[in-house]
Design a protein around this ligand. Sequence first.
Ligand code: SF4
Ligand code: SF4
Length: 324
Amino acid sequence: MSVVESRISFQTLLEANGLELKRTKPANLQLNVGKLCNLTCMHCHVNAGPGRKEIMTLDTLLKILAWFSSSDIQTVDITGGAPEMMPGFRFLVERVREIRPKARIIDRCNLTILLESEYEGLAAFLARHRVEIVASMPCYQPDNVEAQRGNGVFDDSIQALKLLNDLGYGVDPDLPLNLVYNPLGPSLPPDQAELETDYKEALQDSFGIVFNNLYTITNMPIARFLAYLKREDRLDEYMDLLVGSFNPSSVDSLMCRDTISVDWRGRVFDCDFNQMLNMPFRGGKDIHLWELTPDAFEDESIQLASHCFGCTAGAGSSCGGSLA
Ligand code: SF4
Ligand code: SF4
């Protein structure tokens, strides 16, 4: 039996706390458009990189957009890989804006892609379409960023943040710029509000950079980070930490309750982590988004496993930062 299997199950711990995890009305459509990325970060739960071929086709995109227009979902959260590398990325943003002019559109951006010569004008495109940017920035010091994301990534990230500030990001209320912190190793993130203050001071003082919010996110024990934990023989220690830090008050706000996660082939999952573990919505065969009506999600159960402890540890963790 593996370390993870030998522990109390997530479901059992929920029940022991008198908690039940069910879906509510969907509020977010999160599209993971593929695994192609210009970076290969150590903590990446997608195992993304430049050699990956999985990417959403135009046909799939059109089916998703047709489904979206039949729903009343107000948030479209685009992730990857580097989602901007999908050939239909700009088309997707333009169509969502046309279908729902006031929609919140989020681009989960690694910043460095904005500087690649092939993507010139991308930052201005995002600003023109009022796309909110959620950008990975695991530290405000170069050593930690480069240990996690690769050489040169810190300087490029700073340059990209300056470019975004120049376009009004982080200043204009219509152009939110939020940063994401995740720990370098097998520990829980520090207090989100305190770390946000430190980030704001450090980035402003050293580089004149401003941003809106910092989201602290716990590393999930899956994919590349799981491989790192095994390599370092620290999986046991990390799972002990996650299970021992279970926080019942985070459960009500878990993102799987109101988010629909869709993969590059249009298949539906409860969250991006379940997507990477190939645990489909409803737990059976693959279901495509366009095979379901928007009201088919409410009250459905959620597929749970040991990685879920990553979302409920300490202050809790989601794509929007801490929960509790
Ligand atoms: S963490 Fe983000 S930027 Fe890094 S490899 Fe994964 S998808 Fe790319
Ligand atoms: S891993 Fe996914 S399904 Fe599990 S608690 Fe987190 S968001 Fe919910």
